[in-house]
Design a protein around this ligand. Structure first.
Ligand SMILES: Nc1ncnc2c1ncn2[C@@H]1O[C@H](COP(=O)(O)OP(=O)(O)OP(=O)(O)O)[C@@H](O)[C@H]1O
Ligand SMILES: [Mg+2]
Length: 258
């Protein structure tokens, strides 16, 4: 089982879209995939709301019952979706209260990792969506990760915080005494604009090693798929954005050894 965490403290850069699109593509390849919504704003959960019934347990429940996690218990928080091999652990606004559960409490930063470990044998890939806030939830999402994916919008302002963001992530990883590979992914790239071209060039110059060669283009199909509440690969068989995520998986993510 391999866990990928998608993070960036900047909002609206394509984190949730990256989780859902990669999850759809991995499931298509025959892998059993779990998406975990670690964002109290619940965008991922809302995306699939039409397919989900009322859930009695979610990610918050995992944190609430942190002392007594077993596979059966954690599976109560997992909801299968009507797409083969795809499941989701939903979020709710209550998840925000985890930040107040006591970040100083021993083991508080490793609860998601423990929960995912309980699911060994049930899934092949776990994709964790995060909120653009630095706190206990992000620390948990990073502690659970075998690989970090950092989507960055190819836009001047979005790139400005990147350096600091990478340093913060590295600091969290170091404090956990682990080594987690990071891949920066340029998203929402509009090659028709000079500004986007310049941003991409700057990213390529500054982050040679970290930056995935494959860039994710702007594609209106993402919005259409979210409107329909299905992962993009279940909505169209080919599109510029889908092909880009497909290449990203093949060329970088599935070959990184994480
Ligand atoms: N490559 C793309 N082309 C066009 N639209 C995109 C692309 N990627 C994402 N979007 C759209 O941009 C919006 C923001 O994307 P998304 O919700 O994935 O960002 P996010 O980083 O998860 O945001 P937040 O920080 O608020 O959680 C969504 O409406 C999504 O459909
Ligand atoms: Mg999001």
């Amino acid at each position: 089982m391999r866990t990928w965490t998608v993070a960036n403290q900047k909002g609206g850069v394509g984190k949730t879209t990256t989780v859902i699109t990669l999850a759809g593509l991995l499931a298509e390849q025959g892998r059993r995939v779990l998406m975990v919504d670690m964002d109290p704003q619940s965008s991922l959960t809302h995306y699939f709301s039409r397919s989900l019934g009322k859930s009695l347990a979610d990610v918050y429940t995992v944190f609430r019952d942190r002392g007594a996690l077993t596979q059966d218990k954690v599976m109560e928080s997992v909801m299968p979706l009507p797409f083969e091999r795809l499941s989701v652990m939903t979020s709710s606004p209550l998840l925000a209260t985890v930040e107040k559960m006591g970040s100083g409490q021993s083991g508080m930063g490793r609860i998601l990792r423990e929960a995912i470990t309980c699911l060994e044998g049930q899934f092949d890939d776990v994709l964790v969506d995060t909120s653009p806030t630095l706190g206990v939830l992000l620390v948990n999402a990073i502690a659970a990760a075998d690989q970090l994916i950092l989507p960055v919008q190819t836009e001047f302002l979005a790139m400005k915080g990147l350096e600091r963001m990478i340093r913060t992530l590295a600091m969290i990883v170091r404090s956990q005494q682990r080594n987690v590979p990071v891949v920066v992914v340029a998203t929402m790239y509009d090659r028709r604009t000079l500004a986007a071209q310049q941003c991409l060039k700057e990213l390529q110059d500054s982050y040679k090693e970290l930056l995935a060669e494959q860039v994710i283009s702007v594609d209106t199909k993402f919005r259409d798929a979210s409107h329909a509440g299905v992962p993009l690969s279940y909505f169209v068989s080919e599109s510029r954005g889908l092909d880009a995520y497909r290449n990203l998986l093949q060329q970088r993510l599935l070959t990184s050894g994480a």
